[in-house]
Design a protein around this ligand. Structure first.
Ligand SMILES: C[S@@+](CC[C@H](N)C(=O)[O-])C[C@H]1O[C@@H](n2cnc3c(N)ncnc32)[C@H](O)[C@@H]1O
Length: 244
């Protein structure tokens, strides 16, 4: 029998998870940006801005954005590295990547784009100065394999940035639960015509490793100097690690 994993609160065969995740993102791609602003009250822009501005990424750097979707971080990295740098927008999902690519093109930004599975990255060893993954790791079947791949493609001294939902500060959790399990699916239905995908979002957040567990996973994948910064009471955490 196939090994089991989680798809939200459901237990599924490992071989089924990627297809189920793909269904979610094919379904929400066109409404993804508007839903992101609506659901987070615009806060996702602050979380991403913090990631970019505290990164230390400089002009001329090579940056890989994994699970980059509609391109928020890739756009930010491209502005920081300038013309002498190189930024790749990658995602496993063609619908999300198409929206991202078109959006960047509409803004006059031509970046290399690649349909890529984080668990099998099509890039050489020791190539990038920085790798980012925002709200993507949670959806991956083999997070340990993906983190190892991220480590492999980084140059020694290169940095990984994992921006992801995390374990919320306990006093906030009743409000957060109400919002996630009652309000989000309704918003998803009204705006994106899809309650189930937003129910999955809420469930997948609860199933994702907490701050300390993810830190340990990054250490196990070969990163050093791993640390994290909580934002909005732990709704989101930014983990950083360095490849030695
Ligand atoms: C919530 S979206 C995040 C998009 C973008 N990074 C952002 O912050 O707005 C999650 C993305 O992860 C992608 N994803 C899921 N599994 C993946 C995998 N194994 N490899 C690469 N991307 C993956 C999905 O296709 C989706 O576009």
């Amino acid at each position: 029998m196939d090994k089991q994993t989680h798809f939200g609160f459901k237990t599924v065969d490992e071989s089924e998870k990627a297809d189920k995740v793909a269904e979610v993102f094919h379904s929400v791609a066109q409404k993804y940006d508007v839903m992101n602003d609506l659901m987070s009250g615009g806060l996702h822009r602050v979380w991403k801005h913090f990631t970019l501005t505290t990164s230390g990424v400089r002009a001329g750097d090579k940056v890989l954005d994994i699970a980059g979707g509609t391109g928020d971080l890739a756009r930010g990295w491209a502005k920081r590295v300038g013309k002498s740098g190189e930024v790749w927008l990658t995602d496993i999902n063609s619908s999300m990547l198409t929206v991202g690519r078109d959006r960047l093109l509409d803004e006059g930004m031509i970046l290399p784009v690649s349909l890529a599975d984080a668990e099998k990255l099509p890039f050489p060893d020791n190539y990038f100065n920085a790798v980012s993954v925002a709200f993507g790791l949670r959806n991956m079947t083999h997070k340990d394999a993906a983190l190892k791949e991220m480590c492999r493609v980084l140059k020694p001294g290169g940095k990984l940035f994992v921006l992801e939902f995390s374990k919320v500060w306990k006093p906030l959790s009743p409000f957060y639960d109400f919002y996630s399990f009652k309000a989000l699916p309704v918003m998803g239905k009204l705006v994106a015509g899809d309650a189930d995908s937003y129910q999955y979002l809420a469930e997948s957040i609860r199933m994702h490793p907490d701050q300390e567990t993810l830190k340990q996973m990054m250490l196990d994948a070969g990163f050093g100097r791993v640390d994290y910064h909580n934002m909005t009471g732990g709704v989101v955490a930014l983990h950083k690690g360095v490849k030695f």
